[in-house]
Structures are given as C-alpha cells and as structure tokens.
Design a binder for this molecule. Structure first.
Ligand SMILES: CC(C)(COP(=O)(O)OP(=O)(O)OC[C@H]1O[C@@H](n2cnc3c(N)ncnc32)[C@H](O)[C@@H]1O)[C@@H](O)C(=O)NCCC(=O)NCCS
Ligand SMILES: Nc1ncnc2c1ncn2[C@@H]1O[C@H](COP(=O)(O)OP(=O)(O)OP(=O)(O)O)[C@@H](O)[C@H]1O
Length: 239
C-alpha cells in the first residue's frame, strides 16, 4: 500500500485538501483528530499534561482548555517541546494502527494528514510527501479569519513551525493553494487519478505477499534518504 504524507504550514489548507480527498473516498489518517483523542478526559495523555502544565489548563468539566494551552505553548519553545513529548508518541502509535487497518482492508493507498510531518521523523517513512503551499501572508490572513485571532497570535503559531518555503523543499508534490477553491478541487481530482495509477498493481502483490510489501517499503525509505542527502549537498554547494 502506498502511504502518502500530506502536510503544509499552519492554515495553508491541509484540512481543506484532506476533506476533498475524503469526498473521493480516499482513506485518511488525521493526526490533528488523533491528537485530540489522546488527551480526552481520563486519558494518560491528559494526566501527564496536568502534571506538567498544572490545573490552569484543565476546564471545570475535566477537559483540556485548548485555548489556554495553545497560548502557553505557541509562545514558549521549551513548553511546546514538553507537550510534543507527551502527545506525539501516542499519536504516532495510533497512526500506525490506522495504517495497518487500511492495509488489512486492502486499500491501494492512504493519506497521512500530519501538520508536523517534516519537523518530525515521519516524512522519512512515507512513500510520497505532498505539501500544501500558499504564501506566508495568505497563511496569516486565512489563519486570522478562521480563528478570529490577532496578527500577533497568528504569527506566534506560524513561527512555531518550519517556514512553508523550507517544507516545500521536501515535497515530491506541491499543491498550490494560492487560488480559489475550485482550482484547489481540480488539483486534488488530478492527484486522485495520479495516485490510483501509481499504486498500480503492486499494492495487490504487497497485500497477497507481505514480505514484498515490507521490502518495497524499505526500498522506498532508502531511496528517499539518498535523494534527500543529494538535495542537501546541492543546497550546500549553492551556499
Ligand atoms: C496546543 C493545542 C492544545 C491547541 O489546540 P487548538 O485546538 O487551538 O489547535 P489544533 O489542535 O486544532 O491545531 C491547529 C494547528 O496548529 C498547529 N499545531 C498544533 N500543535 C502544534 C505544535 N505542537 N507545534 C507546531 N504547530 C502546532 C498545526 O498546524 C495544527 O494543525 C493543540 O494544538 C495540541 O495539543 N498540540 C500538540 C499536539 C500536536 O502537535 N498536534 C499537531 C499534530 S500531531
Ligand atoms: N483556496 C482557498 N481560498 C480561500 N480560503 C481557503 C482556501 N483554502 C482554505 N481556505 C480557508 O483557510 C483556512 C485554513 O484552511 P485549513 O483549515 O484547511 O488549513 P490547515 O492547513 O489545515 O490549518 P491547520 O494547520 O491550522 O490545521 C480555513 O478557514 C479554510 O476554509
């Protein structure tokens, strides 16, 4: 099964793209959704957050005060790292299970929608990296509009991720979301056709004969590593 990583900068339009893929019945693993599930009341994740960040980030009904925690971690890299260390391992574990379930169902390919794909180790483990791009100014405008937030708050969120221009350097495919929604829909439609073709017959073989699937996945990861090293060398040479 082809595993595709979908990412972008904050508010470049990942969730919008992911929703469009869903309308084509493409299986999606959504890291943001899982990140909410692993901190539900009663979960070990929420208990750890309470220990580190205190009662001030817990609401009266026992659930996480996301706004409060956001205002802390998007302004403090150390605290952000502490939160990531609690949430990310649990998210990765659940993502892996969801991928295995899609594979068992015999899906040709699935898409991992992960905001921090490039910042973490996951980009090395997927068959293709798709980055949803728009300019930083557009990112800010859309973020302020969506969250009804100030430019300052939007900027601190934006600065807590790698700049979108750097993420694009990791991409096998870039979706340019600088235009209208119909233009975005058109790009997604073309990608669905492309992925259907590229998944080809090998997904069937890897399903029927798992060692082939494991070997081709390992080959892909190695190819990606070598390609990235070459790109880095080229970037160094260019200064
Ligand atoms: C801080 C929290 C509570 C704020 O919640 P809130 O509802 O306001 O935002 P939401 O979860 O919808 O995230 C919105 C976007 O913010 C960005 N973002 C979220 N967490 C982080 C982070 N740790 N570092 C950088 N960007 C982040 C992503 O682009 C994400 O798509 C929440 O984002 C969180 O728990 N973050 C840590 C988990 C995480 O890294 N999630 C991202 C996917 S694994
Ligand atoms: N082509 C577009 N034209 C206008 N608005 C758009 C377009 N694409 C997305 N948006 C809007 O921009 C905002 C951000 O999009 P979206 O939530 O999909 O981004 P995201 O990358 O998933 O953000 P986050 O990282 O915060 O989860 C949303 O309000 C969405 O409706």
């Amino acid at each position: 099964m082809l595993v595709i990583g979908l990412t972008g900068g904050i508010s470049t339009g990942k969730s919008t793209v992911s929703t469009l893929f869903k309308t084509h019945n493409v299986p999606i693993v959504d890291a943001d959704v899982i990140a909410r599930e692993v901190v539900q009341p009663g979960s070990p994740g929420l208990a750890k957050i309470k220990t580190i960040f205190g009662d001030e980030v817990i609401q009266e009904d026992g659930s996480l005060d996301r706004k409060k925690l956001g205002s802390i971690i998007f302004n403090d890299p150390h605290k952000r790292k502490q939160l990531n260390n609690i949430v990310h391992p649990a998210v990765r574990k659940e993502m892996l299970w969801q991928v295995v379930r899609y594979w068992l169902r015999g899906e040709k390919y699935c898409i991992l929608d992960v905001p921090l794909l490039i910042e973490g180790p996951l980009w090395k483990m997927v068959g293709k990296v798709v980055v949803v791009y728009c300019s930083e100014e557009l990112q800010l405008q859309r973020l302020m509009l969506r969250d009804n937030s100030s430019r300052e708050d939007a900027l601190s969120r934006l600065r807590s991720q790698l700049p979108i221009t750097e993420k694009v350097a990791y991409a096998d495919i870039v979706i340019d979301n600088s235009g209208t929604r119909p233009e975005l829909e058109q790009q997604v439609q073309s990608l669905v056709e492309r992925f259907d073709k590229e998944a080809g017959w090998s997904w069937r073989l890897s399903w029927l004969f798992p060692p082939y699937g494991v070997a081709s996945a390992a080959g892909l990861v190695l190819w990606r590593f070598l390609r990235r090293r070459k790109t880095k060398q080229k970037q160094r040479l260019r200064g």
